[in-house]
Design a protein around this ligand. Structure first.
Ligand code: PLP
Length: 387
Protein backbone atom coordinates (compact mmCIF):
# COMPACT_ATOMS: atom_id res chain seq x y z
CA UNK A 1 0.00 0.00 0.00
CA UNK A 2 1.07 3.58 -0.57
CA UNK A 3 2.29 5.16 2.70
CA UNK A 4 -0.35 7.89 2.35
CA UNK A 5 -3.08 5.24 2.10
CA UNK A 6 -1.70 3.37 5.13
CA UNK A 7 -1.69 6.62 7.12
CA UNK A 8 -5.27 7.49 6.13
CA UNK A 9 -6.53 4.01 6.90
CA UNK A 10 -4.68 3.76 10.20
CA UNK A 11 -6.09 7.07 11.40
CA UNK A 12 -9.61 6.12 10.36
CA UNK A 13 -9.52 2.69 12.01
CA UNK A 14 -9.49 4.24 15.46
CA UNK A 15 -12.50 6.47 14.76
CA UNK A 16 -16.10 5.48 15.32
CA UNK A 17 -18.99 5.90 12.95
CA UNK A 18 -21.33 4.01 10.65
CA UNK A 19 -21.79 6.08 7.51
CA UNK A 20 -25.50 5.23 7.48
CA UNK A 21 -26.09 6.52 11.03
CA UNK A 22 -27.65 9.92 11.56
CA UNK A 23 -25.76 10.92 14.71
CA UNK A 24 -22.64 13.10 14.70
CA UNK A 25 -20.15 10.21 14.33
CA UNK A 26 -22.24 8.72 11.55
CA UNK A 27 -22.38 12.02 9.69
CA UNK A 28 -18.61 12.39 10.04
CA UNK A 29 -18.12 8.90 8.63
CA UNK A 30 -20.50 9.72 5.78
CA UNK A 31 -18.44 12.80 4.93
CA UNK A 32 -15.30 10.63 4.76
CA UNK A 33 -17.03 8.18 2.43
CA UNK A 34 -18.32 10.96 0.19
CA UNK A 35 -14.86 12.52 0.02
CA UNK A 36 -13.47 9.12 -1.00
CA UNK A 37 -16.19 8.83 -3.61
CA UNK A 38 -15.24 12.23 -5.02
CA UNK A 39 -11.57 11.29 -5.10
CA UNK A 40 -12.19 7.99 -6.89
CA UNK A 41 -14.57 9.68 -9.33
CA UNK A 42 -12.18 12.56 -10.09
CA UNK A 43 -9.25 10.15 -10.59
CA UNK A 44 -11.24 8.03 -13.02
CA UNK A 45 -13.05 10.68 -15.06
CA UNK A 46 -16.41 9.84 -13.51
CA UNK A 47 -19.03 11.70 -11.51
CA UNK A 48 -19.35 10.92 -7.79
CA UNK A 49 -22.82 9.49 -8.39
CA UNK A 50 -21.31 6.92 -10.78
CA UNK A 51 -19.32 5.27 -7.97
CA UNK A 52 -20.80 2.22 -6.25
CA UNK A 53 -18.37 1.08 -3.56
CA UNK A 54 -17.83 -2.67 -3.18
CA UNK A 55 -15.49 -4.95 -1.27
CA UNK A 56 -13.14 -5.28 -4.24
CA UNK A 57 -12.93 -6.20 -7.89
CA UNK A 58 -14.52 -9.64 -7.66
CA UNK A 59 -17.67 -8.24 -6.14
CA UNK A 60 -17.86 -5.38 -8.64
CA UNK A 61 -17.43 -7.83 -11.54
CA UNK A 62 -20.22 -10.03 -10.18
CA UNK A 63 -22.52 -7.05 -9.69
CA UNK A 64 -21.84 -5.84 -13.23
CA UNK A 65 -22.28 -9.12 -15.02
CA UNK A 66 -25.13 -10.63 -13.00
CA UNK A 67 -26.83 -7.32 -12.21
CA UNK A 68 -26.86 -6.21 -15.84
CA UNK A 69 -27.92 -9.63 -17.12
CA UNK A 70 -30.85 -9.86 -14.73
CA UNK A 71 -31.96 -6.27 -15.35
CA UNK A 72 -31.81 -6.55 -19.14
CA UNK A 73 -33.55 -9.92 -19.19
CA UNK A 74 -36.28 -8.56 -16.92
CA UNK A 75 -36.92 -5.84 -19.53
CA UNK A 76 -37.06 -8.38 -22.37
CA UNK A 77 -37.10 -12.17 -21.91
CA UNK A 78 -35.28 -12.67 -25.22
CA UNK A 79 -32.11 -11.04 -23.88
CA UNK A 80 -30.12 -14.04 -22.71
CA UNK A 81 -26.90 -13.68 -24.70
CA UNK A 82 -23.71 -12.30 -23.21
CA UNK A 83 -20.80 -11.49 -25.51
CA UNK A 84 -17.49 -11.83 -23.68
CA UNK A 85 -13.78 -12.19 -24.15
CA UNK A 86 -12.41 -15.60 -23.14
CA UNK A 87 -9.40 -14.00 -21.45
CA UNK A 88 -11.39 -12.37 -18.62
CA UNK A 89 -10.34 -12.75 -15.00
CA UNK A 90 -12.10 -15.58 -13.18
CA UNK A 91 -14.26 -13.02 -11.37
CA UNK A 92 -16.01 -12.41 -14.71
CA UNK A 93 -15.43 -15.81 -16.31
CA UNK A 94 -16.87 -17.85 -13.47
CA UNK A 95 -19.79 -15.43 -13.00
CA UNK A 96 -20.61 -16.00 -16.69
CA UNK A 97 -20.33 -19.78 -16.32
CA UNK A 98 -22.64 -19.59 -13.31
CA UNK A 99 -25.20 -17.54 -15.25
CA UNK A 100 -25.03 -20.08 -18.08
CA UNK A 101 -25.48 -23.00 -15.72
CA UNK A 102 -28.19 -21.55 -13.48
CA UNK A 103 -29.89 -18.67 -15.28
CA UNK A 104 -30.12 -19.72 -18.90
CA UNK A 105 -27.46 -17.30 -20.15
CA UNK A 106 -25.83 -18.12 -23.48
CA UNK A 107 -22.26 -16.86 -23.70
CA UNK A 108 -20.71 -15.95 -27.07
CA UNK A 109 -16.95 -16.16 -26.55
CA UNK A 110 -15.06 -13.82 -28.85
CA UNK A 111 -11.92 -15.14 -30.53
CA UNK A 112 -8.63 -13.53 -29.49
CA UNK A 113 -5.42 -13.28 -31.50
CA UNK A 114 -1.96 -14.57 -30.57
CA UNK A 115 -1.37 -11.65 -28.16
CA UNK A 116 -4.77 -12.05 -26.51
CA UNK A 117 -6.59 -9.14 -28.13
CA UNK A 118 -10.22 -9.67 -29.12
CA UNK A 119 -11.33 -9.72 -32.73
CA UNK A 120 -13.53 -6.63 -33.17
CA UNK A 121 -14.97 -7.94 -36.46
CA UNK A 122 -16.17 -11.02 -34.60
CA UNK A 123 -17.80 -8.73 -32.04
CA UNK A 124 -19.62 -6.85 -34.84
CA UNK A 125 -20.77 -10.16 -36.31
CA UNK A 126 -21.97 -11.49 -32.93
CA UNK A 127 -23.92 -8.29 -32.27
CA UNK A 128 -25.46 -8.27 -35.74
CA UNK A 129 -26.68 -11.84 -35.23
CA UNK A 130 -29.98 -11.01 -33.50
CA UNK A 131 -29.02 -7.91 -31.49
CA UNK A 132 -32.34 -8.07 -29.62
CA UNK A 133 -31.10 -11.18 -27.82
CA UNK A 134 -27.93 -9.59 -26.37
CA UNK A 135 -28.04 -8.62 -22.69
CA UNK A 136 -24.53 -7.19 -22.41
CA UNK A 137 -20.96 -7.19 -23.65
CA UNK A 138 -18.05 -7.62 -21.22
CA UNK A 139 -14.44 -7.13 -22.27
CA UNK A 140 -11.66 -6.30 -19.82
CA UNK A 141 -9.60 -3.12 -20.25
CA UNK A 142 -6.29 -4.96 -19.88
CA UNK A 143 -5.40 -8.54 -19.18
CA UNK A 144 -4.01 -9.51 -15.79
CA UNK A 145 -1.78 -12.32 -17.10
CA UNK A 146 -0.24 -11.19 -20.38
CA UNK A 147 -0.92 -7.45 -19.98
CA UNK A 148 -2.56 -6.94 -23.38
CA UNK A 149 -4.74 -3.82 -23.60
CA UNK A 150 -8.11 -4.34 -25.29
CA UNK A 151 -9.69 -1.97 -27.85
CA UNK A 152 -12.32 -0.71 -25.38
CA UNK A 153 -13.38 2.29 -27.48
CA UNK A 154 -14.12 0.03 -30.46
CA UNK A 155 -16.03 -2.40 -28.25
CA UNK A 156 -18.19 0.39 -26.86
CA UNK A 157 -18.87 1.85 -30.32
CA UNK A 158 -19.88 -1.54 -31.71
CA UNK A 159 -22.18 -2.45 -28.81
CA UNK A 160 -23.82 0.96 -28.61
CA UNK A 161 -24.72 0.80 -32.31
CA UNK A 162 -27.16 -1.85 -31.15
CA UNK A 163 -28.09 -0.27 -27.81
CA UNK A 164 -26.24 -2.98 -25.86
CA UNK A 165 -24.53 -1.94 -22.58
CA UNK A 166 -20.84 -2.67 -22.02
CA UNK A 167 -18.92 -3.62 -18.87
CA UNK A 168 -15.16 -3.54 -18.64
CA UNK A 169 -12.95 -4.89 -15.87
CA UNK A 170 -10.32 -2.16 -15.50
CA UNK A 171 -8.73 -3.60 -12.34
CA UNK A 172 -5.30 -3.98 -13.96
CA UNK A 173 -5.48 -0.91 -16.17
CA UNK A 174 -5.99 1.84 -13.58
CA UNK A 175 -2.66 3.35 -12.55
CA UNK A 176 -0.85 1.76 -15.51
CA UNK A 177 -2.60 3.22 -18.56
CA UNK A 178 -4.94 6.21 -18.93
CA UNK A 179 -8.45 5.21 -17.85
CA UNK A 180 -11.34 7.65 -17.96
CA UNK A 181 -14.78 6.25 -17.34
CA UNK A 182 -16.89 9.12 -18.71
CA UNK A 183 -15.06 9.61 -22.02
CA UNK A 184 -14.76 5.83 -22.49
CA UNK A 185 -18.52 5.60 -23.01
CA UNK A 186 -18.62 2.44 -20.90
CA UNK A 187 -21.83 1.71 -19.04
CA UNK A 188 -19.99 0.18 -16.10
CA UNK A 189 -16.39 -0.48 -15.11
CA UNK A 190 -14.71 -2.42 -12.31
CA UNK A 191 -11.82 -1.10 -10.21
CA UNK A 192 -10.02 -2.57 -7.21
CA UNK A 193 -8.12 -0.83 -4.40
CA UNK A 194 -5.25 -3.26 -3.95
CA UNK A 195 -4.03 -2.96 -7.54
CA UNK A 196 -3.37 0.75 -7.19
CA UNK A 197 -1.75 1.08 -3.79
CA UNK A 198 -4.89 0.91 -1.69
CA UNK A 199 -6.14 -1.81 0.64
CA UNK A 200 -7.41 -5.28 -0.24
CA UNK A 201 -11.18 -5.49 0.16
CA UNK A 202 -12.09 -2.08 -1.26
CA UNK A 203 -13.17 -1.45 -4.83
CA UNK A 204 -15.93 0.01 -6.92
CA UNK A 205 -18.20 -0.53 -9.81
CA UNK A 206 -18.51 2.71 -11.74
CA UNK A 207 -21.97 2.63 -13.26
CA UNK A 208 -23.44 5.50 -15.22
CA UNK A 209 -26.52 6.94 -13.55
CA UNK A 210 -29.70 5.41 -14.83
CA UNK A 211 -28.04 2.06 -15.58
CA UNK A 212 -30.42 -0.60 -14.38
CA UNK A 213 -28.66 -3.16 -12.17
CA UNK A 214 -30.33 -5.89 -10.13
CA UNK A 215 -28.52 -6.21 -6.77
CA UNK A 216 -26.51 -9.30 -5.92
CA UNK A 217 -26.51 -8.44 -2.20
CA UNK A 218 -29.73 -7.53 -0.42
CA UNK A 219 -29.92 -5.72 2.90
CA UNK A 220 -29.69 -2.12 4.05
CA UNK A 221 -29.92 -0.65 0.52
CA UNK A 222 -26.65 1.29 0.68
CA UNK A 223 -24.95 2.45 -2.53
CA UNK A 224 -27.92 3.35 -4.76
CA UNK A 225 -29.75 0.32 -3.37
CA UNK A 226 -27.60 -2.08 -5.40
CA UNK A 227 -24.87 -2.90 -2.89
CA UNK A 228 -26.12 -3.44 0.63
CA UNK A 229 -23.74 -3.65 3.56
CA UNK A 230 -22.19 -1.30 6.10
CA UNK A 231 -19.48 0.69 4.35
CA UNK A 232 -15.86 0.09 5.36
CA UNK A 233 -15.03 3.74 5.99
CA UNK A 234 -11.33 3.21 6.73
CA UNK A 235 -10.72 1.09 3.63
CA UNK A 236 -12.69 3.43 1.38
CA UNK A 237 -10.82 6.47 2.67
CA UNK A 238 -7.52 4.73 1.89
CA UNK A 239 -8.83 3.61 -1.50
CA UNK A 240 -9.71 7.23 -2.36
CA UNK A 241 -6.25 8.46 -1.36
CA UNK A 242 -4.54 5.69 -3.31
CA UNK A 243 -6.64 6.20 -6.45
CA UNK A 244 -5.82 9.89 -6.49
CA UNK A 245 -2.07 9.32 -6.15
CA UNK A 246 -1.95 6.36 -8.54
CA UNK A 247 -3.58 8.39 -11.29
CA UNK A 248 -1.68 11.61 -10.50
CA UNK A 249 1.69 9.82 -10.77
CA UNK A 250 0.71 7.35 -13.47
CA UNK A 251 2.60 8.73 -16.48
CA UNK A 252 5.87 9.13 -14.59
CA UNK A 253 5.65 5.77 -12.77
CA UNK A 254 4.61 3.97 -15.96
CA UNK A 255 7.65 5.37 -17.81
CA UNK A 256 10.09 4.41 -15.03
CA UNK A 257 8.62 0.99 -14.32
CA UNK A 258 8.09 0.29 -18.03
CA UNK A 259 11.82 0.85 -18.64
CA UNK A 260 12.67 -1.52 -15.77
CA UNK A 261 10.27 -4.09 -17.24
CA UNK A 262 12.01 -3.84 -20.62
CA UNK A 263 15.35 -4.38 -18.89
CA UNK A 264 13.88 -7.39 -17.06
CA UNK A 265 12.77 -8.93 -20.36
CA UNK A 266 16.23 -8.24 -21.83
CA UNK A 267 17.97 -9.94 -18.89
CA UNK A 268 15.64 -12.95 -18.94
CA UNK A 269 16.17 -13.34 -22.68
CA UNK A 270 19.95 -13.11 -22.24
CA UNK A 271 19.88 -15.84 -19.58
CA UNK A 272 17.34 -18.09 -21.34
CA UNK A 273 17.59 -17.41 -25.11
CA UNK A 274 14.63 -19.60 -26.09
CA UNK A 275 12.20 -17.79 -23.79
CA UNK A 276 9.08 -16.43 -25.55
CA UNK A 277 7.58 -13.10 -24.51
CA UNK A 278 3.78 -13.30 -24.49
CA UNK A 279 1.23 -10.52 -24.82
CA UNK A 280 1.63 -7.56 -27.12
CA UNK A 281 5.34 -6.88 -27.81
CA UNK A 282 4.41 -3.25 -28.64
CA UNK A 283 4.70 -1.27 -25.39
CA UNK A 284 1.63 0.79 -26.41
CA UNK A 285 -0.47 -2.36 -26.37
CA UNK A 286 0.57 -3.83 -23.04
CA UNK A 287 0.64 -2.86 -19.38
CA UNK A 288 3.98 -1.33 -18.30
CA UNK A 289 4.15 -3.29 -15.02
CA UNK A 290 3.78 -6.68 -16.72
CA UNK A 291 6.23 -9.18 -18.20
CA UNK A 292 4.91 -12.58 -19.19
CA UNK A 293 7.03 -15.33 -20.70
CA UNK A 294 6.82 -19.01 -21.51
CA UNK A 295 9.92 -21.10 -21.10
CA UNK A 296 10.13 -24.28 -23.22
CA UNK A 297 10.70 -27.56 -21.43
CA UNK A 298 9.76 -26.23 -17.99
CA UNK A 299 6.83 -26.48 -15.64
CA UNK A 300 6.00 -22.92 -14.57
CA UNK A 301 5.04 -24.13 -11.12
CA UNK A 302 8.44 -25.81 -10.58
CA UNK A 303 10.16 -22.64 -11.74
CA UNK A 304 8.02 -20.57 -9.41
CA UNK A 305 9.24 -22.54 -6.39
CA UNK A 306 12.84 -22.58 -7.55
CA UNK A 307 12.77 -18.80 -8.03
CA UNK A 308 10.97 -18.30 -4.75
CA UNK A 309 13.80 -20.14 -2.99
CA UNK A 310 16.14 -17.54 -4.56
CA UNK A 311 14.01 -14.66 -3.26
CA UNK A 312 12.16 -13.97 -6.51
CA UNK A 313 8.37 -14.01 -6.24
CA UNK A 314 6.33 -14.38 -9.42
CA UNK A 315 3.27 -16.26 -10.61
CA UNK A 316 2.25 -18.72 -13.32
CA UNK A 317 -1.38 -17.84 -14.01
CA UNK A 318 -2.26 -21.51 -13.85
CA UNK A 319 -5.15 -22.63 -11.72
CA UNK A 320 -4.99 -25.73 -9.57
CA UNK A 321 -7.78 -28.23 -10.01
CA UNK A 322 -7.82 -31.25 -7.69
CA UNK A 323 -4.15 -30.70 -6.97
CA UNK A 324 -3.20 -30.75 -10.66
CA UNK A 325 -1.98 -27.45 -12.15
CA UNK A 326 -4.09 -26.48 -15.18
CA UNK A 327 -2.54 -24.22 -17.80
CA UNK A 328 -3.90 -20.68 -17.98
CA UNK A 329 -7.20 -20.22 -19.86
CA UNK A 330 -5.73 -16.98 -21.23
CA UNK A 331 -2.80 -18.72 -22.94
CA UNK A 332 -5.02 -21.50 -24.25
CA UNK A 333 -7.44 -18.91 -25.73
CA UNK A 334 -4.42 -17.32 -27.45
CA UNK A 335 -3.85 -20.64 -29.23
CA UNK A 336 -0.77 -21.66 -27.25
CA UNK A 337 -0.47 -25.46 -26.96
CA UNK A 338 -1.04 -26.87 -23.49
CA UNK A 339 2.51 -28.20 -23.09
CA UNK A 340 3.95 -24.75 -23.92
CA UNK A 341 1.41 -22.93 -21.72
CA UNK A 342 2.63 -25.00 -18.76
CA UNK A 343 5.94 -23.14 -18.89
CA UNK A 344 4.35 -19.75 -18.13
CA UNK A 345 5.76 -17.18 -15.73
CA UNK A 346 4.39 -13.74 -14.99
CA UNK A 347 6.49 -11.03 -13.38
CA UNK A 348 4.66 -8.03 -11.94
CA UNK A 349 6.57 -4.87 -11.20
CA UNK A 350 5.38 -1.86 -9.25
CA UNK A 351 6.30 1.63 -8.21
CA UNK A 352 8.78 0.32 -5.63
CA UNK A 353 10.60 -1.99 -8.05
CA UNK A 354 14.30 -1.22 -8.49
CA UNK A 355 17.09 -2.01 -10.92
CA UNK A 356 18.56 -4.29 -8.24
CA UNK A 357 15.29 -6.30 -8.20
CA UNK A 358 15.40 -6.75 -11.94
CA UNK A 359 19.09 -7.74 -11.88
CA UNK A 360 18.33 -10.27 -9.14
CA UNK A 361 15.82 -11.96 -11.45
CA UNK A 362 18.36 -11.90 -14.27
CA UNK A 363 20.86 -13.72 -12.04
CA UNK A 364 18.40 -16.24 -10.58
CA UNK A 365 16.51 -17.28 -13.67
CA UNK A 366 19.25 -19.12 -15.62
CA UNK A 367 20.13 -21.66 -12.89
CA UNK A 368 16.44 -22.06 -11.97
CA UNK A 369 15.51 -22.91 -15.57
CA UNK A 370 18.41 -25.34 -15.88
CA UNK A 371 17.29 -27.13 -12.72
CA UNK A 372 13.59 -27.15 -13.70
CA UNK A 373 14.53 -28.59 -17.11
CA UNK A 374 16.60 -31.34 -15.54
CA UNK A 375 13.78 -32.17 -13.11
CA UNK A 376 11.13 -32.01 -15.83
CA UNK A 377 12.94 -33.99 -18.51
CA UNK A 378 11.19 -37.25 -17.60
CA UNK A 379 7.76 -35.68 -17.40
CA UNK A 380 8.15 -33.78 -20.66
CA UNK A 381 9.48 -36.78 -22.53
CA UNK A 382 6.44 -38.80 -21.41
CA UNK A 383 4.12 -36.00 -22.46
CA UNK A 384 5.78 -35.69 -25.88
CA UNK A 385 5.33 -39.43 -26.45
CA UNK A 386 1.64 -39.18 -25.42
CA UNK A 387 0.88 -36.26 -27.73
N1 PLP B 1 -10.14 -8.53 -12.24
C1 PLP B 1 -8.84 -8.55 -12.54
C2 PLP B 1 -8.40 -8.25 -13.95
C3 PLP B 1 -7.89 -8.84 -11.54
O1 PLP B 1 -6.59 -8.87 -11.85
C4 PLP B 1 -8.35 -9.11 -10.24
C5 PLP B 1 -7.40 -9.44 -9.16
O2 PLP B 1 -6.32 -9.87 -9.37
C6 PLP B 1 -9.73 -9.06 -9.98
C7 PLP B 1 -10.58 -8.77 -11.01
C8 PLP B 1 -10.28 -9.34 -8.62
O3 PLP B 1 -10.17 -8.21 -7.79
P1 PLP B 1 -10.17 -8.37 -6.20
O4 PLP B 1 -8.92 -9.09 -5.84
O5 PLP B 1 -10.21 -6.95 -5.69
O6 PLP B 1 -11.40 -9.11 -5.83
Amino acid sequence: MLPEAVAAMTEELSLTGNASSLHTSGRRARRVVEEARERVAAALGAGPSDVIFTAGGTEADNLAVKGLFWARRAQDRRRVRIIASPVEHHAVLDALDWLAEHEGAVVDWLPVDAVGRIDVDALHAALARDPESVALVTVMWANNEVGTVQPVAEVVAAAHEHGVPVHSDAVQAVGQVAVEFGPSGLDCMTVSGHKLGGPVGAGALLARRGLDLVPVLHGGSQERGVRSGTLDVAALRAFGVAAEIAVRDRAEVAATVGALRDELVRLITAAVPDVVLRGDPDPAGRLPFNAHVTIPGCEGDSLLYLLDARGVECSTGSACQAGVPQPSHVLLAMGIPEAVARGALRFSLGRTSTRADVEAVGTAIGPAVERARRAGVGAFATEAVRS
